[in-house]
Design a binder for this molecule. Structure first.
Ligand SMILES: *Cc1c(COP(=O)(O)O)cnc(C)c1O
Length: 383
């Protein structure tokens, strides 16, 4: 571990994957531990604590240790997808509990909550993402066990004040869990603002190369609620596979440089195209025109992330035409990879989606800025 340099920053520790070298050979890059089972001692004890791969795995643990350091938590859990991370938190609630969740959030979580919540006896109440007065009133009315936040949130990038949401949650003894996939620990550390649990789709920025499906949870305290989540992973078997954990460990080594580069590109693109003749609205929390800018400036540091949305002239047709004309930007779902992606969210989410029809969501990658701007210019010119 970081025994030679105890004051090293989380960034340095992540780059070195906590500086662990493998004891047998001195390898700087750790091996992948793939064994599903472990030998018992003659007295039937497991001397290293590993019993079976559904409960725990050393490669998973190494990646968890890096993420715990990045988020400033006390423990992490890596699971098979962002969805299994999010659902693990809600499944730890008990029938009769209420969860307050934001109106605008990752559509997959909203869709699952709408069916699961009612069936499992957990009441789901929606609050406006950036309206803490309403959140407080709903909290006093419903006395939830959990408040869920997502900030900045897909795909309008509205910003939730984490510190205020945490105060509101704690005033009734509720937990605050934050989907921080878009912010990443590079730009925001929700636990430092008072959140209890951080969730990531590690498929996105944490891994960063669009080649792993993964999810993560980090906790500020190892308490009874966290232990329920730990046993859910073990009992229903959602642990991340060792190869995925190894790729994630590699991805996190470059997290800071990737996120800083994507944020700088996104800020430059947002500034360049705000006010463009084919642009109805540029949605990026880094712009002073964004309604969440002041809160984002308070709780994000080092940038505003790589995600932005553009509302295009000409309604749905205009947006779809602009996406069709892009060459460097790939028309694909997901986000947080090194390559730039574009998506017409409304067609993905279906008719019940609150997303405007003229909106294109962009995951800005780390390509050369001039190339991305030129590609957008030529696609918009054809609208
Ligand atoms: C992708 C995503 C998820 C779901 O994660 P998967 O890894 O696809 O299961 C949840 N929240 C946000 C913000 C996401 O972008």
């Amino acid at each position: 571990m970081s025994k030679n340099f105890p004051d090293a920053s989380p960034e340095t520790l992540a780059v070195q994957a906590l500086g662990v070298t493998e004891p047998l050979t001195g390898a700087v890059t750790p091996p992948v531990y793939i064994s599903s089972t472990f030998e018992r001692e003659p007295d039937l004890e497991y001397k290293n604590g590993f019993i079976y791969g559904r409960a725990d795995n050393q490669t998973v643990r190494q990646a968890e240790a890096v993420l715990t350091t990045l988020e400033g938590g006390v423990a992490s859990l890596l699971v098979a997808s962002g969805m299994s991370a999010a659902t693990g938190v809600f499944m730890a609630l008990k029938p009769g509990d209420t969860a307050l969740v934001p109106e605008v959030m990752y559509w997959g979580v909203r869709k699952w909550l709408n069916s699961w919540g009612a069936e499992w006896g957990v009441k789901i109440v929606y609050y406006p993402n950036d309206d803490m007065t309403t959140l407080r009133a709903l909290t006093e009315q419903h006395r939830p066990a959990l408040i869920w936040a997502e900030t900045p949130s897909n795909p309008m990038w509205s910003v939730t004040d984490i510190a205020e949401a945490a105060r509101i949650a704690h005033s009734v003894g509720a937990k605050l869990a934050v989907d921080s996939t878009v912010a990443t620990p590079v730009l925001t550390q929700p636990l430092a603002h008072g959140a209890d649990i951080v969730m990531h789709s590690a498929t996105k920025y944490l891994n960063g190369h669009s080649d792993v499906i993964a999810g993560a949870l980090v906790t500020a305290q190892d308490d009874a609620f966290w232990q329920r989540i730990v046993s859910i992973r073990k009992d229903i078997g959602t642990i991340m596979g060792p190869f995925e954990a190894w790729l994630l460990l590699r991805g996190m080594r470059t997290l800071h440089v990737r996120v800083r580069a994507a944020s700088a590109n996104a800020m430059a693109i947002a500034r360049h195209f705000e006010g463009h003749s084919k642009v109805v609205q540029m949605l990026y929390p880094g712009l002073p025109s964004h309604p969440g800018h002041a809160t984002a400036a308070r709780q994000m540091s080092g940038g505003f992330g790589g995600m932005l949305s553009i509302r295009i002239k000409g309604g749905k047709q205009g947006a779809v035409k602009a996406a069709a004309g892009l060459v460097l930007f790939k028309r694909a779902t997901s986000l947080g990879g090194v390559e730039s992606l574009v998506e017409h969210r409304r067609s993905i989410e279906g008719p019940e989606s609150p997303v405007p029809e003229d909106l294109l969501r962009f995951s800005i990658g780390i390509e050369k800025l001039d190339d991305l701007i030129a590609d957008l210019e030529q696609a918009l010119a054809a609208v």
